[in-house]
Write a new protein. Sequence first.
Length: 122
Amino acid sequence: MTSACEATTRALPGAAVIELSGEVDGSAAAVLTDAYERAVESSPDNHDTVVLDFAAVDYINSTGIALIVSVLAKARAERRKVVASGLSPHYREIFDITRLSDFIELFPDLDRAVSQLTHPAA
């Protein structure tokens, strides 16, 4: 059974958040691109950080990783930072193996990501 990727966006103090659910694969391209655009456009403070929250994601394949890299590239071109939260241990390992975690800071959950972004360690 395939679960289409869905995305909701919202602004939190210090970050625009994209909450993903379902499967991040080739069919998620438009969903992820549109969500990124909505997140940065609707952010009242034009946030410099975008959080990709994967807590409700069931599956990410290699095409999904490529989509995440394309969002990262777009954000970096716009001088935005991308961080990720809520990755399962399996997908966190994939981010490490592919070295994606060298470019996207990883947080265990959305609360910790937002807390760290709004109250960075001195």
